[in-house]
Write a protein that binds this ligand. Structure first.
Ligand SMILES: Cc1cc2nc3c(=O)[nH]c(=O)nc-3n(C[C@H](O)[C@H](O)[C@H](O)COP(=O)(O)O)c2cc1C
Length: 238
């Protein structure tokens, strides 16, 4: 089914991005994540979230409707960083969160979910417009909580969806408050067909001084069935 980003279809959006020259990107001790995930990715629209854990300063977060048992299980407090790695994710509708859960489980690392201080709408069309407006105005929406013990992490696995060909503004908000200079950053992403598009150049601009490594980009529809790909990618990062 044709996906719509606002008043233009996915095909038109991809065409517009191609015209702009936007790029499309199509094991050690690791146990890998399990093949069947009790993840939030099954939901198709965003839900309201709770900040009970992240707000209290731990790296593991939970959501009310996007319950993520594995992230809670893999979550470690900021003072318990395993190998100095932390998985950080923004996910509106759950696809990237499913990938994040898998990455965190593979690494046995904590997971921190970026959430807006004022929850986003759960309405898809409204979200398209809000995201577009945020980009146009370069708004940096406030985030609900910060990672505590940030300096203790040397490696960040950063997950986000492609929004209008770009890094969601709220991820830029997070990066404005969390200095990545001197850290290794592994980006991962889900999308509706355009891959990372301009997200990686946005990331470079938002993370001065970070060592940004090879990322992983997956179709959102495949987020829950890409365990092998995710584990394979994670294994290249350790
Ligand atoms: C506001 C908004 C903008 C989007 N823009 C794009 C886009 O430019 N290119 C694309 O391939 N998919 C786009 N999508 C689709 C999402 O990237 C895709 O569904 C992704 O898997 C969602 O991840 P999430 O469930 O973690 O939020 C957009 C979705 C939304 C809500």
């Amino acid at each position: 089914m044709e996906k719509h980003y606002g008043d233009i279809t996915r095909r038109q959006l991809l065409g517009a991005m191609a015209a702009m020259g936007a790029a499309t990107v199509g094991a050690g001790l690791l146990g890998g994540c399990s093949s069947s995930r009790n993840s939030s990715a099954s939901q198709s629209s965003a839900s309201s979230t709770t900040q009970s854990e992240s707000a209290s300063g731990t790296a593991s977060t939970s959501t009310s409707a996007t319950s993520s048992s594995s992230s809670a299980a893999a979550g470690a407090s900021s003072t318990q960083a395993v190998n100095g790695a932390l998985v950080v994710v923004f996910s509106w509708s759950g696809n990237t969160l499913a990938v994040a859960d898998c990455v965190a489980e593979s690494l046995q690392a904590g997971l921190f979910r970026i959430e807006p201080a004022t929850p986003y709408t759960t309405d898809y069309d409204a979200m398209l417009k809000i995201a577009q407006d945020e980009q146009a105005a370069n708004t940096l929406p406030a985030i609900a909580a910060n990672v505590q013990g940030w300096d203790g992490y040397s490696t960040i696995y950063l997950g986000f969806p492609t929004w209008w060909g770009h890094l969601p503004q709220i991820v830029k908000s997070f990066l404005a408050e969390h200095d990545c200079s001197g850290k290794v950053v592994y980006p991962f992403n889900t999308h509706g067909g355009s891959g990372f598009a301009s997200c990686l150049s946005d990331l470079s601009a938002a993370c001065p001084g970070a060592d940004i490594r090879e990322g992983l980009s997956l179709l959102g529809d495949e987020a829950q069935t890409s365990t092998a790909k995710i584990n394979a990618w994670v294994s290249t990062t350790v």
